[in-house]
Write a protein that binds this ligand. Structure first.
Ligand code: PLP
Length: 417
């Protein structure tokens, strides 16, 4: 099965074979089938609205039909929680990631909780983390009694590796980088810093499914399969992957009440979460996995199309396009806007029936919770605040049509003309 890096290369090649703005009239043969799939599988909305992430369209008709069949089969067995599909999914993910072990969990958040517990994080430990992620990332740290310590991000939206040394204390146990919006950028340098300071690394890859090489730079990876993710389940689901059999053993124990694996109700840990993935969910994710390559290719093709058609706005310094174009799963397509025009653009797009979004509007240290209030002096975080204030997301999902994408591109050109 192709990984995301290969898929990105393929998408770039396909785009280059037919890069004009009017693919419809000058379609080269190589990209016709892909464009047909993209346009056929979406229920293109005739009222000319382009939604940011239309929940009812995140599964194609083909995916829904396949999943209905599986749901019926599992329903007949009554095996909704435990069952054979869970180890099957784990094997499938282990093979794809070439991991020693996979533990399928009931959410990405739980995969993070379990990963931190399994590498030995506990009360009083400090974990270096970016402040621009979803709350799940820092909440996992709090949930095991540790303390998040915010690092600055850089233009990649991930932790700036150069900021790590400033934050290391004798309590620092690990770094928790987030491959935000789908980009794996900076992970090698972060792993290098971790090695220098003898720290563990857990990667929050909730938005970055499909990069097996990631395992080389960390102790464990946490994935999310919630419905909005690149492979979305039918509810909450996640997974932990690791190359360490020791971490895997602990992760299995902590994922289910602290029980020893394959010993009924025998506790080997004082406590554990109730966080195993449901069998029904696993059966649906195995089915969705069959669509992974084609969906990733569609997504990547759309991302490269944005990169190609928006290039002149980037060159004119109106927007900044994403830096990472190869090790990127394109979970979201972030652009950065210069000149404080972000809100104006959001409003303009809305009037034009296009939905843009600022996905996580508030940084961790901007909350009004007690912990965030410790960061009232934000002098050290000016870079992060500036980058974050300029970012906005334009629509991109597995079943977005080319027509919809053309409207997004046109709105951006209209706004900046
Ligand atoms: C960056 C990030 N981390 C963690 C999570 C948590 O995943 P889940 O929703 O599966 O608990 C999410 C997803 O919402 C996420 O986007």
């Amino acid at each position: 099965m192709l990984n995301i890096t290969d898929i990105n290369h393929l998408a770039a090649e396909l785009l280059l074979s037919g890069k004009t703005r009017c693919e419809k009239t000058h379609l080269p043969n190589a990209i016709k089938p892909l464009l047909e799939i993209i346009n056929n599988e979406s229920c293109y909305n005739n009222n000319s609205q382009v939604p940011f992430m239309p929940l009812s369209r995140l599964n194609s008709a083909g995916e829904l039909a396949a999943c209905r069949g599986v749901m019926e089969r599992v329903s007949a067995t009554g095996q909704f929680t435990g069952g054979d599909f869970i180890p099957q999914l784990e094997k499938l993910l282990e093979a794809f990631y070439q991991a020693t072990a996979c533990v399928a969990t009931s959410s990405g958040t739980d995969a993070l909780n379990i990963a931190l517990k399994s590498i030995g994080v506990g009360a009083g430990d400090e974990i270096i983390v970016p402040p621009n992620s979803f709350a799940a990332t820092e909440n996992a740290i709090f949930s095991v009694g540790a303390k998040p310590v915010y690092a600055n991000i850089d233009d990649s939206f991930n932790i700036d590796p150069a900021d790590i040394a400033r934050l290391v204390t004798d309590k620092t146990k690990a770094i928790l980088p987030v491959c935000l919006y789908g980009s794996m950028r900076n992970l090698r340098e972060i792993a290098h810093q971790a090695e220098q300071h003898e720290l563990r690394v857990v990667v929050d890859a909730a938005q970055c499914f499909g990069m097996p090489e990631m395992l080389r730079f960390c102790d464990a990876i946490a994935l999310s399969f919630n419905p909005c993710k690149n492979i979305g389940g039918f509810g909450k689901a996640g997974a932990l992957l690791t190359s360490s059999s020791e971490i895997a053993k602990k992760a299995r124990q902590f994922s289910y009440h602290g029980f020893a694996e394959s010993k009924k109700n025998l506790k080997v840990q004082n406590w554990g979460f109730n966080s195993r993935m449901d069998n029904l969910q696993a059966s649906l994710l195995i089915t969705k996995f069959n669509f992974f390559e084609i969906n990733a290719l569609k997504r990547s093709f759309l991302a490269y199309r944005y990169l190609h058609h928006l290039k002149s706005l980037d060159e004119a310094h109106r927007i900044i396009l994403p830096l990472e174009t190869v090790e990127n799963t394109w979970h979201l397509f972030p652009i950065r806007i210069n000149d404080d025009k972000r809100n104006e653009l959001l409003r303009y797009a809305k009037i034009m029936n296009i939905e843009f979004d600022t996905y996580y509007p508030t940084l961790g240290y901007e909350g009004i919770n007690n912990y965030a209030l410790d960061y009232q002096d934000k002098t050290n975080y000016a870079i992060t605040s500036n980058i974050h204030a300029s970012v906005l997301h334009i629509p991109l999902h597995n079943h977005m049509s080319i027509e919809e994408q053309d409207k997004v591109i046109a709105v951006l050109y209209d706004f900046f003309k």
